[in-house]
Design a protein around this ligand. Structure first.
Ligand SMILES: NC(=O)c1ccc[n+]([C@@H]2O[C@H](COP(=O)([O-])OP(=O)(O)OC[C@H]3O[C@@H](n4cnc5c(N)ncnc54)[C@H](OP(=O)(O)O)[C@@H]3O)[C@@H](O)[C@H]2O)c1
Length: 240
């Protein structure tokens, strides 16, 4: 290996992404890998993770993990930190939305599922990865929020509740981090994914594909730094 290529490998950023099997997470994997960074990703679907391993090989690393299960996140973090060290960037992207329904029509089970993934899942990832980043006093944490983390609509109350909570959790976290680190909340915009089709139906097809979105969102995410700590950001939509 030449000195140049060794330095390039050494300079790779390690980017941890949750929810890589579909949607924005899947598109970010390809775009971040194309930028020469190393992606460590998870999703619940074993099949999706197997496909990713075939499509995007080493040094990228994909594992079936449910972010709502604290023990699974703990084991995942322990393995990854041992191999790759602390991530440079965490993209807390994994999320679910309730089926369109008024709040009083939503079962306790479905309500809990949305809270467990969108809010407690973010906290689980922070609990197990961020101490190693704090010890090094370096790294950026991006918590995926939503337009519905800053406004609200009918029939998505559980989802809105979690995304407003993610905004608050992120602002508080930003005050706890040492200098050298940053935490931001990100509204990714409106993108045609399974999640958007669930809440928008057929009109979802009028929006950007995840691949189109990732082309402008990924360079924006990779440039985030200390000066962004505590910001409530919106991803560029390609026209910016
Ligand atoms: N699309 C939009 O317009 C839009 C707008 C605002 C905000 N967002 C936010 O952007 C993020 C990505 O959304 P998306 O549209 O890409 O959604 P999506 O197409 O439904 O994909 C969600 C991803 O999260 C994973 N996931 C769900 N629950 C998980 C869990 N418990 N553990 C690990 N992975 C899990 C899913 O994979 P598995 O099923 O394999 O677990 C999938 O890879 C979400 O946080 C969402 O709230 C999206």
């Amino acid at each position: 290996m030449s000195g140049g290529s060794r330095n390039q490998i050494m300079a790779r950023k390690v980017v941890l992404i949750t929810g890589v099997t579909r949607g924005l997470g899947r598109a970010m994997v390809d775009e971040i890998a194309r930028h020469g960074e190393t992606v460590l990703g998870c999703g619940r679907s074993e099949k999706g993770i197997r496909q990713l391993r075939q499509q995007v090989g080493p040094p990228h690393d994909f594992t079936a993990v449910d972010v709502a299960a604290d023990g699974e996140v703990k084991a995942w973090a322990s393995r990854l930190l041992g191999i790759y060290g602390p991530p440079d960037i965490i993209l807390n992207n994994a999320g679910v939305i309730n089926r369109n329904a008024r709040l009083w029509e939503i079962s306790e089970q479905e309500f809990s599922q949305v809270i467990d993934v969108n809010l407690k899942g973010v906290a689980n990832v922070i609990r197990h990865f961020v101490p190693a980043m704090v010890a090094r006093r370096r790294g950026v944490i991006v918590n995926f929020s939503s337009g519905w983390g800053r406004s609200a609509d009918a029939e998505v109350a559980p989802y809105c509740a979690t995304k407003w909570a993610v905004e608050g959790l992120t602002l508080a976290l930003a005050k706890e981090l040492p200098s050298g680190m940053a935490a931001v909340a990100l509204n990714p915009g409106v993108i045609n994914t399974d999640m958007l089709r669930s809440c928008f139906g057929g009109s979802a097809s009028g929006y950007l594909t995840p691949e189109e979105w990732a082309k402008s969102a990924v360079p924006f995410l990779l440039k985030l730094g200390v000066g962004d700590n505590g910001r409530q950001l919106t991803a560029p939509d390609g026209s910016d």
